[in-house]
Design a protein around this ligand. Structure first.
Ligand code: SF4
Length: 330
């Protein structure tokens, strides 16, 4: 089941409240734990962000994206996002969503283009890193590996995530599974994943997640979006992707910064300030459900190769004659 609006709102308010507390650095909020867009007019204090801040500099690309949510995100920014999600919800309630004019042509053109381009997500995306179930690998272990891959992937390039998973596979005595993560020292896990973004925090989350899965889910991972989002460090994007990959259930669109940025540039959504969660709701209101799974890798790869955050290669873009954000500045 997709998360409900009240859950989303509660999630945002939780973040807002915690962001003011002294221990806020430790908090990676549910709502902001994936990747967050920050209102361009409310720039976060750079020193408070522990991550790359990507600022789009062309006239039509003015969103600032933080590569990791920060618990230090300012209060007004959080409230602004919450209000934007509210506004979007109200608009969607009033107007049954109409698909954007011409979206199908753009979608199919990008899809066709992506067939001939191999992007990092195609070979090293976190959805592809788990071992296939076999005589040696149980279904539960395969699902756990998918979850771990997704948890490590935030704020981390695909090849770095892939290397970290390989490290865990090789260095954990007995391989990467729930029991071995539980038995390992947190410091050991941290060393294995030391190249990924926020590795210390993620090592803590891995230990906590393994314990929760063992005790509350019979050594498997949660099989609902809600259950997954209760795990430390797991936000909506990871939860929906995990449901698709690990449980083969199409519950919602996994919206990361690529999907958020590109769908806004293409004019399919107007959720730039509201963030990826609002984009997910907007897209799900009109995009055929059959496309909910493929749109993530399709646009992530498109973002990795053409429609990049800072300097989109518009002159080489296959949809530059249909994109309202096209720019030939560079
Ligand atoms: S023309 Fe293409 S590369 Fe440029 S902003 Fe639009 S989708 Fe992105």
């Amino acid at each position: 089941m997709p998360i409900t609006r009240s859950q989303l709102r509660a999630s945002v308010f939780t973040t807002t409240a915690k962001a003011t507390s002294p221990s806020s650095k430790e908090i990676t909020s549910k709502y902001f734990s994936s990747k967050t867009n920050v209102n361009e007019t409310k720039q976060p204090n750079k020193s408070s962000l522990n991550e790359t801040v990507t600022r789009k500099t062309t006239r039509k690309h003015i969103i600032i994206e933080t590569e990791e949510s920060s618990a230090n995100i300012n209060l007004s920014g959080a409230l602004s996002s919450e209000r934007s999600v509210d506004k979007l919800e109200k608009r969607l309630e009033k107007e049954p969503s109409k698909p954007p004019v011409g979206w199908e042509g753009v979608y199919n053109t990008i899809k066709e283009y992506r067939k001939n381009i191999v992007a990092p997500v195609d070979t090293m995306g976190c959805e592809r890193l788990a071992d296939e179930p076999s005589d040696d690998i149980t279904l539960q272990t395969s699902r756990f590996q998918t979850l771990v891959s997704l948890m490590l992937s935030s704020q981390t390039k695909d090849h770095v995530t892939a290397a970290a998973i390989q490290n865990l596979r090789q260095k954990l005595p007995g391989g990467l599974n729930l029991d071995n993560v539980l038995q390992a020292e947190e410091k050991f896990l941290d060393d294995c994943i030391s190249k990924v973004g926020f590795h210390r925090r993620k090592a803590t989350y891995l230990k906590q997640t393994a314990k929760i899965c063992k005790e509350e889910y019979n050594s498997d991972i949660p099989n609902t979006v809600e259950g997954l989002m209760k795990l430390p460090g797991v936000g909506p994007k990871m939860a929906y992707l995990c449901m698709q990959v690990a449980w083969k259930q199409n519950e919602g669109i996994g919206v990361d910064v690529h999907v958020h940025r590109i769908t806004n540039r293409l004019g399919w959504c107007k959720t730039g300030k509201a963030g990826p969660e609002a984009t997910r709701q907007s897209l799900e209101s009109w995009l055929p459900r059959s496309l909910w799974q493929e749109i993530n890798p399709m646009l992530v790869g498109f973002g990795q190769t053409i429609c990049s955050p800072q300097y989109p290669k518009c002159s080489k873009c296959p949809v530059n004659n249909m994109c309202p954000s096209v720019t030939y500045n560079r």
